[in-house]
Write a new protein. Sequence first.
Length: 145
Amino acid sequence: MANPIRGAILAAAMTAAVAEAADPLPSLAAVPVASTQLVSPADYREAAAFAARAGAPLDIALKIVGTFAGSAQHIVQVNEGAESPAASRVTVIRDGLLDDSIRGERWEIVLQRNASGAWGIREVKRAWRCWRGAHPDRFAAAPCP
């Protein structure tokens, strides 16, 4: 005959394991940002030329951040004005990078429409999240160890 207490413990353990597996991962957008580093316009010259040729905000942002090699990428675009936005902020957050020290990166790209209607890059900021070190739970401008 089966032991009812052992069966109840086993059922509770299996339920907890299933519930834990079903919980979604915390949003990358919720990871705190301790500091960011301003990116020099010289580092995104090619993207600025693309923007001047009437690229869309998301396309411009992806031109700045480059190709993605990791496990998760979240992109958030917030426009100032819905129908014909005057400005746009694109945040690209990447995690699970194939790097032994850098776990993720966060880009903040601010775009402004000029008088001719083309987009211009007003500001680009970047931060990293490390696999190890003092604060692997946040993005910061400090290099990863």
